[in-house]
Design a protein around this ligand. Structure first.
Ligand code: GLY
Ligand code: MN
Ligand code: MN
Length: 440
């Protein structure tokens, strides 16, 4: 069964439903729970509720469907849920059932799933606009389309089916993009637990140990701290693996002289942290490693400084690029002049991704990046990552001393009224502080 949310959370979910209904105007919205995915044979992938569904309900059971309407005389929020079932509950654990859905989750009405084919057309009858995410292959689409067909079959009885299907993301993801105080508090808790794991990783990593030992230690800290799961598969890449952007095998034995790049964050109550730190496994940076590390850090600090209301993600990225490109020219990895390097994007040989993405319930969180084709200005309440990197491939056409060095530094930054607040700033990233911590 879903963990039962506390009264304050139930109130928050209800407020979100009301705000969403206000935002869409007259209409009905339907949201299915995340589908269950088979891993192999009869084993399922571990279940995580869909972020939109959770944002509006706090309800964690699969197969459920939420209907929100401002076109019904009595009901605003209706949940369709799995029925109580003594035998199934012996195998899978307790279910809320229709009584639990109303009592503990604060919806106006609840029905069992087998009532959906009959009741859904009733909720959609004579409603012009239906808000539903279609075309994503969700099994619920079939049920929804059948409900529409059933309704169209009632046309001669004077019942009209919706004539428009609108993506609910338009309204809902605008809401999710702006984090309120409670959400920021949760993200800050996720950041604290993620800090503990990264600090421990710096103590555990050593030549002769394996990347998975560090991965396991961090997962242990996440879990003991109340995190249900990491926010994404942790990247623990040592030596040349640090230059592979989506490295995930985490099985190499670390060697003297390696840098270790760790991109790992926990998910806490459905909110993600997304943090990268890079440090030398033997406790001291070599001079070339330190030169590139300090450059990456200067670039990251410049990008963080650029975060304020009105700035765009392009402004933030440009601030990072400018520092990295100038530094790479100075160190001899790139040819100048700086303007040409930026214009022709030659820096992308070493810094090939963007600096930021939205962060929230999803690690690459929802919310439009462009408004009417223009990069959208940042607003207080947005949370974004700042994560420049420098990756020199093992066969890069540069002085040998740089080859195989991979560095990324990533923090989670909240846009505030007067600038920004770095939610993950207490995770060590100053090179002297890292060396001191590893020696201590
Ligand atoms: N950890 C995924 C990312 O940094 O985007
Ligand atoms: Mn990351
Ligand atoms: Mn990221």
């Amino acid at each position: 069964m879903s963990a039962t949310p506390d009264a304050a959370s139930v109130k928050r979910f209800a407020e979100r439903r009301a705000r969403f209904l206000d935002a869409i105007g007259p209409g009905v919205a339907v949201f299915p729970a995340a589908p269950v995915f088979i891993r192999n044979n009869d084993v399922e992938h571990s279940y995580r509720q869909d972020s939109d569904f959770h944002y509006l309900t706090g309800f964690e059971e699969p197969e459920s469907v939420l209907v929100l309407t401002n076109r019904h005389p009595e009901h605003r929020a209706i949940l369709f849920v799995r029925p109580r079932n003594k035998e199934r509950e012996i195998w899978d654990g307790p279910r809320a059932g229709v009584e639990g859905a109303v009592e503990h989750f604060g919806v106006d009405a609840a029905f069992t799933l087998d009532e959906l084919p009959e009741k859904l057309p009733d909720y959609l009858a004579d409603v012009d606009r239906l808000h539903a995410a279609v075309g994503q292959g969700h099994p619920f689409e079939q049920t929804l389309f059948e409900a529409l067909r059933a309704l169209r079959g009632r046309a001669r009885r004077g019942v009209a089916a919706p004539t428009e299907i609108v993506d609910p993301a338009k309204a809902l993801h605008e809401m999710r993009l702006r984090k309120d105080e409670a959400e920021v508090a949760l993200m800050r808790r996720a950041a604290e637990l993620t800090r503990d794991a990264h600090v421990e990783a710096m103590k555990v990593a050593a030549p002769g140990r394996h990347e998975y030992e560090v991965d396991a230690e961090m997962a242990r800290i996440f879990r003991l701290g109340g995190s249900a799961r990491p926010a994404y598969d942790s990247i623990v890449g040592s030596g040349p693996n640090a230059t592979i952007l989506h490295y995930r095998a985490n099985d190499r034995r670390m060697e003297e002289g390696d840098l270790l790049l760790i991109d790992a964050g926990c998910e806490l109550d459905y909110y993600a942290a997304d943090v990268t730190r890079t440090f030398p496994v033997s406790g001291s940076f070599t001079p070339p490693q330190r030169a590139l590390y300090e450059l990456c850090l200067r670039s990251q600090l410049a990008a963080i400084e650029a975060v304020k209301p009105g700035a765009t993600l392009d402004d933030v990225h440009d601030a990072a690029v400018k520092v990295i490109a100038a530094g790479l020219i100075e160190l001899g990895l790139l040819e100048g002049p700086l303007e040409k390097c930026i214009e022709e994007q030659t820096y992308r040989a070493f810094f090939m991704h963007k600096t930021s993405h939205w962060l929230g319930m999803d690690v690459h969180d929802v919310g439009a990046y462009f408004v009417r084709g223009e990069p959208r200005p940042l607003e207080p309440g947005f949370v974004l990552t700042i994560e420049p990197g420098i990756y020199v491939g093992v066969d890069a056409d540069v002085d040998e001393k740089w080859r195989g060095i991979g560095i990324r530094i990533e923090d989670d930054v909240l846009v505030t009224e007067d600038g920004h607040r770095n939610l993950t700033e207490d995770i060590p990233k100053d090179p002297d502080e890292i060396e001191a911590l590893m020696k201590g």
